[in-house]
Design a protein around this ligand. Structure first.
Ligand SMILES: O=P(O)(O)OC[C@H]1O[C@H](OP(=O)(O)OP(=O)(O)O)[C@H](O)[C@@H]1O
Ligand SMILES: Nc1ncnc2[nH]cnc12
Length: 172
């Protein structure tokens, strides 16, 4: 099964010049979704992690499915004003805009080794922001895991420059 067949590129969305990789067909196909999680779990085993940080919102899908599959705890990095008792916030740029993420200090144990999970690595701005959130909160970063790296945006180079060990299952 070629998982890329379930991740079609949609041209000029959400802005002209962007080829948007749509995860909906993969999620809608039980075999494809199951294969994605199984293969992400195999990649994740290369990284010594205890907990997963899912990035809102598509990262919640893969982060929670992997956490269930791998019997790991899950914390949420959420968009602004969604979490009570927020401890930390990080602003960041995107391939097509900007945003910020928030984290509750209480959502992870102090000795957690955290794997950031998201669906797509494009410029790397989101994952760098999530890594800074974890640093501010005093947690150890185990690495980052994504389903798909968008080729040509130097996302993995950006993560490497920021000292983030990255694993992406696919690149396109
Ligand atoms: O590597 P980057 O350039 O930071 O881009 C990758 C991010 O962009 C998308 O999220 P988006 O902010 O569009 O929100 P969504 O998950 O709610 O759709 C995607 O889910 C990643 O989180
Ligand atoms: N090209 C893209 N496709 C899907 N999600 C994205 N997030 C940032 N860039 C993206």
């Amino acid at each position: 099964m070629n998982l890329l067949d379930y991740l079609p590129g949609v041209p000029d969305f959400p802005k002209p010049g962007i080829l948007f990789r749509d995860i909906s067909p993969l999620l809608a196909n039980p075999l494809a979704f199951q294969a994605a999680i199984t293969q992400l779990n195999t990649l994740a085993q290369q990284l010594d992690y205890t907990h997963i940080l899912g990035i809102e919102s598509r990262g919640f899908i893969f982060g929670s499915a992997l956490a269930h599959h791998a019997h790991r705890g899950l914390a949420l990095a959420r968009k602004p004003n969604k979490l009570p008792l927020v401890s930390h916030r990080e602003f960041y740029g995107l391939e097509y805009g900007s945003d910020s993420l928030e984290l509750q200090q209480s959502s992870l144990p102090t000795d957690a080794r955290v794997l950031i999970v998201d669906d797509v690595l494009a410029t790397g701005g989101t994952i760098v922001a999530a890594s800074l959130l974890l640093k501010k909160a005093g947690f150890t970063l185990a690495g980052a895991l994504t389903l798909l790296e968008i080729a040509g945006l130097d996302g993995s180079a950006t993560l490497s420059k920021n000292g983030i060990v990255n694993r992406s299952l696919l690149i396109a």
